[in-house]
Design a protein around this ligand. Structure first.
Ligand code: SAM
Length: 278
């Protein structure tokens, strides 16, 4: 497209209305999207993944940076079409994939495009309805690209970054703590989006931990049992997945404690004990 109209105009002209079912709340303010992009400290050695580019406000900011390639994955064919048109001049650096990010392996995409020598990063304003599922998928292993700069609803962002002793502390914070150091870098008000969602949002920066706990599957089992019955003592709640007392003894944890009082490291020890016995 030779003459670039503003994204808001393009949405109106092409009747690109937001679909609730796809979590579509758009960022059309390029000052804000460039602020988010800058959190990724992008260099020429980076390949940046953006999940759910929608109209392309964040994509524009990523293209303005030095990344070697920007790979976007969009489920809505209307927006995939719009992006191919709107960014026709940028196709040398932009790869547009139409599909469901929940079913797509980022490492396979890097391999398919001969980009495995580059450093992967993920920078996205995630669709709210699948944001947590995408993050948990990426934590499971080879999918992870670092850092991840991700926008969530504020409540989810708080749960991701919570520490033991805080009311938002739970399974998500522990799974995240296995792999990442996480902090909220930016609070984004509802009215920054078109259309505005019901709640505030926040951008979380998830960077790679030096020492990681890798068995997310075992950690998932142990935390599901412990937090599934969070008011019960571990000697009772862990009974669902094995001999609760033996697990606590092996992990050197008092079985009369409750899930929310255990540090992530204590959960890693429980996950190791569970793995050794199952
Ligand atoms: N990044 C754009 C922005 O900031 O303006 C749009 C963000 S909007 C919150 C989420 C986007 O994710 C929408 O474009 C939606 O169509 C897309 N989406 C929803 N579910 C998806 C999925 N499973 N895989 C890929 N894209 C998805």
């Amino acid at each position: 497209m030779a003459n670039k109209s503003s994204l808001g105009e393009v949405l109106k002209t092409n009747d690109l209305f937001a679909k609730k079912g796809l979590g579509q709340h758009f960022l059309l303010d390029l000052n804000l999207t460039s602020k988010i992009a800058k959190l990724g400290a992008i260099s020429e050695n980076d390949v940046v993944f953006e999940i759910g580019p929608g109209p392309g406000g964040l994509t524009r900011a990523l293209l303005d940076g030095p990344a070697h390639k920007i790979i976007v994955i969009e489920k809505d064919p209307r927006f995939a079409r719009h992006l191919r048109d709107y960014f026709a001049d940028d196709m040398g650096r932009l790869i547009i994939i139409e599909g469901d990010a929940l079913k797509i392996s980022l490492s396979e995409i890097l391999a398919e495009h001969g980009l495995t020598n580059y450093h992967g990063k993920i920078i996205s304003n995630l669709p709210y309805n699948v944001g947590t599922a995408l993050l948990v998928n990426w934590l499971h292993g080879i999918e992870a690209a670092w850092p991840m700069i991700l926008m969530f609803q504020s409540e989810v962002a708080t749960r991701i970054c919570a520490n033991v002793g805080q009311s938002a502390y739970g399974r998500l914070a522990i799974l995240v703590a296995a792999k990442c150091d996480a902090h909220i870098a930016l609070h984004v008000p509802r009215l920054a989006f078109t259309p505005p969602p019901k709640v505030e949002s926040a951008v979380v920066v998830l960077s790679e931990k030096q020492v990681q706990f890798d068995d997310i599957a075992a950690l998932g089992k142990v935390t599901a049992a412990a937090f599934g019955q969070r008011r019960k003592m571990l000697r009772s709640s862990l009974g669902q997945i094995g001999n609760a007392l033996a697990l606590c003894t092996a992990a050197d944890i008092d079985p009369t404690k409750r899930a929310e009082t255990l540090t992530p490291e204590q959960f890693f020890a429980l996950a190791n004990a569970y793995k050794a016995t199952s």
